[in-house]
Write a protein that binds this ligand. Structure first.
Ligand code: URP
Ligand code: ZN
Ligand code: ZN
Length: 469
C-alpha cells in the first residue's frame, strides 16, 4: 500500500442487496470491497454515486458462449459475450462446457478453457453438460471435476445430440447427491416433440412458427414432473432451467408443497415474448426460435406471479447467440429451412437485467431486493460462488453496477455489444439501466460504452452449491 488506503471509493451510494438498503461509501482495495461506511478517507480515485443505486453486479448463470455445435456456430465468444454482459450490469458469467458423445468430460473442460482464456473481460465459471454418462464419466471424471470446482451440470431431456434417457439422468443425479453438485434439467419430452414435429412436417407446416406448436406446454409439464420425480427418488435437489409458463410452474409449486427441494429458473423471453412473435413476415420468426418456446400473455402473467411469489430462485438470459442472416446461424447453409432445423436460441446477455428491472421493479411486481436476489445473490449461492460474488459485502469482489433507476432506454440492436445481428427486444422501451459497471473494482462500462479489456476476467472454481452446504 502506498499510504492511500483505497484504490477507489464509490461515494454517496444507495447500496441495495438482497436483504438491505442503506446509504454508504464503498471503499475498494485490490479488487475487493474493503469497507462500507462514511468518510473513509483518501482514495486514488473517487466516483460520486449521488442519485444512483449501487447493486451487486449480475451473475448470469445460464448463457452459451462459443459452445461447439454439430451444425452452425454461435456468434458470441467470451470476448463479445462478456463485453455485452458488462454493458448490461452483469459481472459474472457461468456458461457451459459441453461434452460431445464419445468425448471425455475432462477434454471438454480443457477445450472450453482454451476458448475462454485471454478473452473474457468478466470473471467466469463453467457448468458441465453431460451427454455421455459412461461408467468412467460417472465414477471417475465427474467426482474429480466436482472436487476441482465444476460443481453444477446440465442434463437434457430433449435434443437428439444431447438428451439422456431416464436411467442415465438418475445415474447423474446420484453422482450429484454423493459428491455435492447441482444438476440443472432441460425439461421437455423428446419423443412427444419428435412425434408432433413429424406430423406437422407431413402436413407441410414447416414455417418457424410451428416450432412453438411442436413444443406445447404439455411436453414441458410432463418432463418437469418427471424430473421432479427423479429428484425425489434420488433425494437430491435439482434446478429446472428456462421455465416458460403456468403448467411447469404448477408442477414446481406442487413439488414445493411436498417439501421437495426443486429450484427453478426463468428468463426474459418468457416475460416479454409470445409464440405469436414467431409468426413474423417471411422467415423472420426464426429469430425467436428457442426452447422451450415463448407462450402467450396468460403464461407471461403466470411467470410474473411466480417471480413475485418466490417460486423462481434465479433469472438468467439463456443467451444462445446465432446470427439471423448467416449460413452458420439461423439460415443453415445460407438458406431458410424447416422449423426443426433452425438453431435454437436467442441473445439476451445485455438486456437481461434492464428488462427485469423495468418490468419487475419499475412495474411494481417484485421488490428491488428480489431483483438483486434473482439476478445476482441466489445464482452465486446456488452455484457455489457466494460470498465472493453476488452481494455487496466486505471481503467480496468489488463487482458493482451503479444504476440510474430513471434512465429511459429504447433497446436497439445497434447499441448492444454482442456479435448478433438482431435483438428480440428491438424498439422496446425500458426504464433503468446501469450507468457504470465495475468488475473487481475496474470500470468495465460507462454510459453503455465498453471500457473493459479482453482477458481481464478470471476463471473461478465453484464451491459446493449452497443447498448442499
Ligand atoms: O433454445 C435454447 N434455449 N437454446 C439454448 C440451449 C438450451 O437448451 O438452453
Ligand atoms: Zn436448455
Ligand atoms: Zn441454455
Amino acid at each position: 500500500m502506498d499510504g492511500i488506503p483505497y484504490d477507489l471509493i464509490i461515494a454517496h451510494a444507495e447500496v441495495v442487496t438482497a436483504a438491505d438498503r442503506f446509504r454508504a461509501d464503498i471503499g475498494i482495495r485490490d479488487g475487493k470491497i474493503a469497507a462500507l461506511g462514511h468518510d473513509l478517507g483518501p482514495a486514488t480515485r473517487t466516483v460520486d454515486a449521488t442519485g444512483l443505486l449501487a447493486l451487486p453486479g449480475g451473475v448470469d448463470a445460464h448463457c452459451h458462449l462459443d459452445q461447439p455445435q454439430e451444425v452452425g456456430r454461435m456468434a458470441d465468444d467470451f470476448e463479445s459475450g462478456s463485453r455485452s454482459a458488462a454493458c448490461g450490469g452483469t459481472t459474472t458469467l457461468i456458461p457451459f462446457a459441453a461434452q460431445a458423445r464419445g468425448q471425455s468430460l475432462r477434454a471438454a473442460v480443457e477445450d472450453y478453457h482454451r476458448r475462454a482464456a485471454g478473452k473474457s473481460c468478466l470473471d467466469y465459471a463453467f457448468h458441465l453438460i453431460v451427454t455421455d454418462p459412461t461408467p468412467a464419466v460417472l465414477d471417475e471424471e465427474l467426482p474429480e471435476l466436482i472436487r476441482a470446482g465444476y460443481t453444477s451440470f446440465k442434463v437434457y431431456m430433449t435434443y437428439d445430440d444431447l438428451k439422456l434417457n431416464d436411467r442415465q439422468i438418475l445415474d447423474v443425479l446420484s453422482v450429484a447427491r454423493d459428491h455435492g453438485a447441482l444438476v440443472m434439467v432441460h425439461a421437455e419430452n423428446a419423443d412427444c416433440i419428435s412425434w408432433l414435429t413429424d406430423r406437422l412436417v407431413a402436413q407441410g407446416r414447416t414455417e418457424p412458427r410451428y416450432h412453438a406448436v411442436s413444443r406445447p406446454s404439455a411436453v414441458e409439464r410432463e418432463a418437469t414432473h418427471r424430473a421432479i420425480t427423479f429428484s425425489e427418488l434420488v433425494d437430491v435437489p435439482i434446478l429446472i432451467v428456462h421455465v416458460s409458463g403456468a403448467e411447469a410452474i404448477e408442477q414446481i409449486r406442487w413439488a414445493h408443497g411436498r417439501g421437495l427441494r426443486i429450484y427453478a429458473e426463468t428468463c426474459p423471453q418468457y416475460l416479454y415474448l409470445t409464440a405469436q412473435d414467431l409468426d413474423l413476415e417471411g422467415y423472420e420468426g426464426a429469430k425467436l426460435v428457442c426452447s422451450p418456446p415463448p407462450r402467450d400473455p396468460d403464461n407471461q402473467e403466470a411467470v410474473w406471479r411466480a417471480l413475485s411469489g418466490n417460486v423462481f430462485s434465479i433469472f438468467s438470459s439463456d443467451h444462445a447467440p446465432y446470427r439471423y442472416d448467416d449460413a452458420e446461424g439461423k439460415k443453415p447453409g445460407g438458406h431458410t429451412c424447416h422449423f426443426q432445423h433452425i438453431p435454437n436460441g436467442i441473445p439476451g446477455l445485455e438486456t437481461r437485467m434492464p428488462l427485469l428491472f423495468s418490468g419487475g421493479v419499475g412495474g411494481g411486481r417484485i421488490s428491488i431486493h428480489q431483483f438483486v436476489d434473482l439476478t445476482a445473490t441466489q445464482p452465486a449461492k446456488l452455484y457455489g460462488l457466494y460470498p465472493r460474488k453476488g452481494s455487496i459485502v466486505v471481503g467480496g469482489d468489488a463487482d458493482i453496477a451503479l444504476w440510474d433507476p430513471a434512465l429511459r432506454v429504447t433497446i436497439r440492436n445497434a447499441d448492444l455489444h454482442h456479435d448478433v445481428d438482431y435483438t428480440p427486444y428491438e424498439g422496446m422501451a425500458v426504464t433503468g439501466w446501469p450507468v457504470m459497471t465495475f468488475s473487481r473494482g475496474r470500470l468495465v462500462s460507462r454510459h453503455r460504452e465498453f471500457l473493459g479489456s479482453a482477458g481481464a476476467g478470471e476463471f473461478m472454481p465453484c464451491g459446493t452449491p449452497m443447498q448442499h452446504a
